[in-house]
Write a protein of this length. Sequence first.
Length: 482
Amino acid sequence: MDSKYEAVIGLEIHAQLLTDSKIFCGCSTKFGNSPNSNTCPICLGHPGVLPVLNKKVVEYTVLMGLATDCIINKKSIFARKNYFYPDLPKGYQISQYEQPICEHGHINIKKEDNTQKKIRIKRIHMEEDAGKSIHDQDYDTLVDVNRCGVPLIEIVSEPDIRSGEEAYLYLSKIKQIVQYLGICDGNMEEGSLRCDANISVRLHGEEKLGTKTEVKNMNSFRNVEKAINYEINRQIEIIEEGGQIVQQTLLWNADNNEALPMRSKEEAHDYRYFPEPDLLPVIIHENWKNEISQTLPELPEIRKERLTTKYNLPEYDAELLTQNRGTVDYYEKVVDKTNDYKSASNWIMGDVLKSINEEKIDIENFPIRPENLAELINIINNGTINGKIGKDVFQQMLKEDKNALSIVKEKNLIQITDSSEIENIIDSILEKNSNEVKQYLGGKEKVFGFFVGQVMRETKGKANPKVVNEILRGKLNSLKEV
Ligand SMILES: [Zn+2]
């Protein structure tokens, strides 16, 4: 970015809550049911019906507020946000406008240069989702209202974000927190986490905010970063050429890497907000708030800290393992059964995450049970098998749900440490490869690896590498002296 200018960015993040039923009726929130089957007169907006607030939605929102250091307002109210759209049968969305449930929080992001930055959260409020218009079928446009009334929280940041990178980090942190809380799966590609950005630029040192635009439709974390940087540059170019920024909403097009105008941006007064007359105010007494805070899990920052002290893990490992709650839960189940904390971390950061990425699964569906991975680590450490065979056993455990030791026994993989057995094998290999022996004795050190390879081939990888090295080194040295 041109250093003459400073970008001012605020994010509005919608997170779909993982409740079983909708926010104001008993309909299922299950994704993928046939279109318009998760519906009732309430979420279809029939006249005369009354919404009833789902208690779980309030509890989840309060959890998010507590996790982000918000003030939990004792009293909050719902409001009608009026607009017409085919996927909104009621003609209004029930949301919160004045008096939201949570306000004035913050989270910290850690930037690439290791500095921390505090991003303030203006408010978190509850609302219902709208339905979905489907345009890509052979008909004109179809409407599926299964999503009408699915609970959302909207997390609105203060305009503290200054770049695409900071937006990316902030959004990642929000995702991490909702996942730790178990209130949203955080999947942006599937739309359970959505992000809109308000962006303006101004000269450095300028107090007054520039005209802002809103960028929507950024459906991946990387797209958020890209779209914001694109829009910052677009605004700077216009200003540099002496033009004016038009307040409008732009849609990010990920295929062409550009943001195109969708409509002129509406102001809050366009929605004619007014208090929802069918719902009572939400009152959160101190004891209810305390009850909810009892269910607050250990949050990522604190858990990371604990990993470095309790298991003596490097900062890097702790950071990586705690990025996702499932991963760190898995780690702690493994180290419950092995004392080799660092090996457990290495296996998870390496082979486990690699397999998960390749198979595109969640760690919750990872086929190797934590106790079986722990056993694998233990039988490598106690010399039952060597590390190389350990990798094979791991691959086998991915395919079948068996513990490490039974695979080792079944496939006869126990490590050969008997030095007389290894010595015999080495003798016959040296005899058969007299040319290579000459090369080695002639100073070609590299041939040593060839002999090790031969021994491993002969023993199907089961020889103890340390014993092989020692004996082989000894034999070859004694040949040198002759
Ligand atoms: Zn319903």
